[in-house]
Design a protein around this ligand. Structure first.
Ligand code: GLU
Length: 504
């Protein structure tokens, strides 16, 4: 059975690139009747951020990405949080030492720093590896007695790469990747405080949890040779690897970083995040008015395509079409217009009533409580112009309150001397209560314009200006019908007064 995992470190909010990694794992698992699990990799205690784990879980709940096993749902490979598995790793580090695949190292941080400085002077970089390990302080260079004595103090366990060996990785996306062990440093696997590093814990857990495919971001490709060698050292069957392409900035210049989002005008996190240390707020897709369907759809297409021209795909359709061989090797540029386009599309697909709650909230923030029927009616009027659910208020404020200002460009272009008198006549037409029916109003006003040979564009734009404050919005008679007779007449009179005053 196919088993994949998403294994984030709770070091802050989840980057949208991480969301995409998890989405691909989800699609792959679902497509192949496999299982997806959520494992929290929190062995680096110095980088632990409170709230990050809950954030990750909430984000996937919002997106509708479900896990078959994991820290929040349990499963038969429990526990799924590495800090709860800390007792497991030591014996594996010892196994590697006993097999000659690892060694104890006792170098103090200041000694390592000195080596680094020394190398820098010669314009080189110091690497703890097969060439330098002999001159460092470790169980390979010290006698057995000295080593035993030093084990009472601080130590780390380092991986011992075999000399001059070609390491071969078969990546499902990139094909064959090879690297010579000569180039690799003896990475730390375990520390005397009892904590494993990412590498050891990750490989041990992938093995114990019977992971068949490791699908993760390209930034982990440099770690893959070590992981492949660890499987070899343990004599375990390695999972298959697939390293996903990077998500790039919209201009294609470099990786989309955590800091880019609010700078470039779109979120890089699924949900809004408040940094617990600094209080700094970073925007999220949810709070910015995106629908989860849209986020899943545009993220899926950043690095993968179905091999057809198809673009709009629900999560079920994505699942059906997904395959790793259609994932591209090269980085995928974030495309804000496309993201917006998808969001607009999915908003139009939804029933109006589905937006009542979110819109009611925007109105309540302004102390406006029109009741659900009117809210739904307003949604029907403006939905087509809404790109984000946060737009409802901006697109429809004039349905609930008179304009506060009038667009000066429209005034200049359309508001001629004769307009006030003409609008007053229209106002009179609209006063005949029996006419308060969209169709009839429309016909009557049009008839008036024709009889008096007025300029339709001009008069209608001025009427719109009086009611909306601008040259925008849905059908004018729909607006009149929504705001009602009294309000319509009031707004016409107010506009005549205010605009004439502003002109004179
Ligand atoms: N804990 C790693 C991360 O934060 C997991 C990398 C992997 O999937 O192996 O992304």
């Amino acid at each position: 059975m196919i088993r994949v995992r998403f294994a984030p470190s709770p070091t802050g909010p989840l980057h949208i690139g991480g969301v995409r990694t998890c989405l691909y794992n989800y699609l792959f698992a679902k497509k192949n009747d496999g299982a997806l699990l959520l494992r929290i990799e929190d062995t680096d205690q110095t980088r632990f951020v409170p709230g990050a784990e809950e954030y990750i879980i909430d984000a996937f709940k919002w997106l509708g990405i479900t896990f078959d096993e994991g820290v929040h749902v349990g499963g038969s490979y429990e526990p799924y949080r590495q800090s709860d598995r800390i007792h497991i790793y030591k014996k594996y580090a010892e196994q590697l030492i006993n097999k000659g695949w690892a060694y104890y190292a006792f170098d103090k941080p200041e000694e390592l720093e000195a080596k680094r400085k020394e190398a820098e002077i010669e314009k080189k970089t110091f690497q703890y590896d097969m060439n330098t390990r002999k001159i460092m302080c470790n169980s390979l260079s010290l006698s057995a007695e000295e080593t035993a004595k030093k084990l009472n103090g601080n130590y780390v366990v380092r991986f011992k790469y075999p000399e001059n060996t070609e390491i071969y990785i078969h990546d499902l996306i990139r094909g064959a990747v090879t690297i010579n062990s000569q180039q690799l440093d003896d990475k730390v696997l375990f520390k005397s405080d009892g904590f494993p590093t990412y590498h050891l814990a990750n490989v041990v857990d992938d093995h114990l949890m019977e992971i068949t495919h490791v699908i993760r971001g390209e930034e982990w490709l440099p770690s893959a040779p070590l992981h492949v060698m660890l499987y070899k050292a343990f004599e375990w069957e390695a999972p298959q690897f697939a390293h996903l392409p990077l998500l790039l900035k919209p201009d294609g210049n470099g990786k989309l970083s955590k800091r880019d989002g609010d700078r470039l005008g779109f979120p890089v996190f699924p949900l809004q995040w408040e940094d617990p240390a600094t209080g700094e707020l970073s925007s999220g897709y949810r709070e910015s008015g995106y629908l989860p369907e849209a986020v899943n759809n545009f993220l899926a297409l950043l690095g993968w395509n179905p091999g057809t021209e198809e673009e709009v795909m629900t999560i079920e359709m994505l699942t059906e079409r997904f395959s790793l061989d259609k994932v591209s090797k090269s980085g995928a540029k974030f495309d804000l217009d496309k993201a917006k386009w998808f969001n607009h599309y999915y908003i139009q697909q939804k029933q109006n009533e589905e937006f009542v709650t979110v819109f009611a909230q925007q109105l309540a923030e302004r102390n406006i409580y029109p009741g659900n029927d009117r809210i739904e009616k307003a949604i029907a009027l403006v939905k087509e112009r809404v790109y984000f659910t946060t737009d409802f208020w901006n697109q429809s404020a004039f349905l609930f309150q008179p304009p506060e200002t009038y667009n000066p460009d429209v005034i200049k272009k359309r508001w001629k001397e004769e307009i006030p008198a003409q609008l007053m006549q229209i106002s009179k037409i609209l006063t005949s209560t029996y006419l308060f029916d969209k169709e009839k109003m429309h016909n009557k006003v049009m008839a008036f314009i024709a009889e008096n040979q007025l300029n339709t564009g001009q008069i209608m734009n001025c009427l719109r200006l009086a009611l909306v404050g601008d040259a925008k919005g849905p059908d004018l008679f729909e607006i009149i019908d929504f705001i009602g007779q009294e309000e319509t007449i009031n707004r016409i009179e107010t506009a005549i007064m205010k605009i004439d005053n502003s002109k004179s």
